[in-house]
Design a protein around this ligand. Structure first.
Ligand code: MLC
Ligand code: AMP
Length: 513
């Protein structure tokens, strides 16, 4: 390859028969490999016609659709930087991302055009297009006039391909800058490690605005020339029904929990399947075991993050090079992927012996370039010898399996989405009559973990928990809203005056049992 454009690598893996189906949607639409090639060329030509400066960001908040994936691929193809935004984000959240990233192009759903375009134009964005999940919108109208031939932009491995915003434990969200090289190296590693073949068919059931659905799933299928069965929204019954013609499924643990609740999940239903992969949140050992009993398949759990893409994986073991590590062990996230260095360090910065618990640090070609326009924050998160501090706490056993036991970052992972208590507390603390608040994560049978808000009123004020929740709902993405809110007299504190969140977690741990 003469250059390092990730799109070129994906395109090179398309099968010889370009008329074969690349994507089949749950509405029965078929997109051939030729369709993907032509549509990405047309959209890339549209972006090129805008004469954007190198490194321009294309911010996208649209419902999941094949066209949205095509927009992602077209952005890579044209050499610009893709910035996906969760459709649950509301105006204050979008205003921050657009203000911070200063995208040259914003693409949103037609229904949101009024408020999104206002925010975008205020931030200096020159081009706002619409894209809907029914194949309409100004982006497709404009692209339809473009040529379907396009030479991918020449890129260096170090050039930015995407910015993924991750919330912070303090302060505002940070944009993790991922390069073409980061993502290509990860895609190639996983192709090998997970034993992908051309005959694989992936059920794509995840949203495409985060690492799991956008990179792991899409790159995984495309770099193999494997077909995708595309579900706009996860539905357990339909996912199980499509397993008869699929071989690979990827999901956050909640998806597995929901499929286990379906009587149609039987050994017969999954007999065509080769591999079930889980990640983004801890997979409970019960879910792992129940899945094995019900289906005869052992879920392969892996671990990653926005800043690094995939870091570790349980073995697939089809490859004899990894045969001595053949077992997929529930409760672990497996081994560091080839090329990834992973170490566990204590508070004193020293490597810890086998099975001792400490902070997980990583290094490798997949590790991001830094946080967008935050050099100090970036420097803080890397060690002097170039390892990234993940904020996850774990251990490595004598066989090399990595287990994640917790997080040093104050973070709740709910149904695979990250929720930062500091952000929610900030909103609650600004409300009239609130003295202070604490948000903690507690176990939940469906989402794994959910937020609970504990609020103290100012003296003489009576606060209504429902009103607090309603106000949060008007400002924040729905998955961030605490599932319960309590107004109490005081918060437990240690001698230093710090709120003891561990005691709150203990107090509310059975709320959803
Ligand atoms: C939806 N709701 C959630 C939620 N998702 N609440 C908490 N946590 C979540 N994850 C709430 C909504 O607010 C709403 O509440 C109600 O549930 C129904 O909303 P919905 O949109 O109909 O929900 P549903 O479609 O059922 O969504 C659930 C889900 C979804 C599990 C399918 O959350 C999902 O797709 N999660 C996957 C996230 C993901 O892809 N993560 C990867 C991150 S990458 P109300 O009160 O408004 O009715 C990463 C790195 C790595 O972490 O390693 O992969
Ligand atoms: P995100 O910032 O959305 O990319 O989320 C990344 C975080 O998800 C990681 O830092 C981990 O805390 C968590 N995570 C991802 N995969 C797993 C897993 N298999 N088990 C436990 N936690 C995970």
């Amino acid at each position: 390859m003469s250059h390092h454009n990730l799109f070129s690598a994906l395109r090179a893996a398309f099968p010889a028969d370009l008329n074969a189906t690349a994507v089949e949607t749950d509405e029965g639409l078929h997109y051939s490999w030729q369709d993907l090639d032509r549509a990405t060329a047309m959209m890339a030509n549209l972006l090129k016609s805008l004469d954007l400066p190198k490194g321009s960001r294309v911010a996208v908040q649209v419902e999941k659709s094949v066209e949205a994936m095509i927009l992602y691929l077209a952005t890579l193809r044209a050499g610009y930087v893709f910035l996906p935004l969760n459709t649950a984000y509301q105006s204050a959240e979008i205003e921050y991302f657009i203000g911070n990233a200063e995208p040259a192009v914003v693409v949103c759903s037609s229904v949101n055009f009024g408020w999104v375009s206002k925010i975008a134009f205020k931030a200096g964005t020159q081009h706002v297009f619409t894209l809907n999940d029914d194949r309409t919108g100004s982006l497709l109208d404009r692209a339809s006039n473009q040529s379907d031939q396009h030479t991918p932009a020449s890129c260096q491995a170090d050039d930015l391909a995407a910015i993924l915003y991750t919330s912070g434990t303090t302060g505002r969200s940070k944009g993790a800058m991922l390069t073409h090289g980061n993502m290509l190296s990860n895609a190639l590693t996983l192709k090998d490690y997970w034993g992908w073949t051309k005959s694989d068919v992936l059920i794509h059931a995840l949203p495409i605005f985060h690492v799991h659905g956008l990179f792991v799933a899409i790159h995984g299928a495309l770099i193999n020339g494997s077909k995708m069965i595309w579900m706009a929204k996860f539905d357990p019954k339909r996912a199980i029904a499509s397993m008869a013609k699929a071989t690979v499924f990827m999901g956050v643990p909640t998806l597995y929990v929901r499929m286990l609740a379906e009587p149609s999940l039987t050994r017969d239903a999954v007999k065509n399947m080769r591999l079930f992969i889980a990640g983004s949140a801890p997979l409970l050992i019960e879910t792992f075991a129940d899945w094995q009993t019900r289906t005869g398949h052992t879920i392969l759990e892996r671990y990653g993050m926005s800043e690094t893409a995939m870091l570790t994986s349980n073995p697939y073991a089809a490859d004899k090079r990894y045969a001595n590590q053949a077992e997929r062990r529930g409760g672990t996230v497996g081994f560091p992927l080839p090329g990834v260095s992973l170490r566990v360090r204590g508070d004193d910065g020293q490597d810890l012996p086998v099975s001792e618990i400490g902070g997980i640090q990583v290094k490798g070609p997949n590790v991001f370039k830094g946080y967008w326009r935050m050099p100090e924050k970036t420097a803080e998160e890397f060690t002097t010898d170039g390892f990234f501090k993940t904020g996850d706490v774990g251990k490595i056993d004598e066989r090399g399996y990595v287990t994640i036991v917790g997080r040093s970052k104050d973070l709740i992972i709910s149904g695979g989405y990250n929720v930062y208590p500091a952000e929610i507390e900030g909103y609650i603390n600004e409300m009239k009559g609130v003295a202070e608040s604490a948000v903690v994560g507690v176990p939940h049978p469906d989402f794994g973990e959910v937020g609970v808000a504990v609020v103290i009123a100012k003296q003489g004020v009576t606060l209504q928990p429902d009103a607090i929740v309603a106000e949060l709902k008007s400002k924040l993405a729905n998955f961030k809203i605490p599932k319960k809110c309590f107004v109490v007299a005081e918060l437990p504190r240690n001698t230093m005056g710090k709120v003891q969140k561990n005691l709150l977690r203990e107090q509310y741990k059975s709320l959803f049992a």
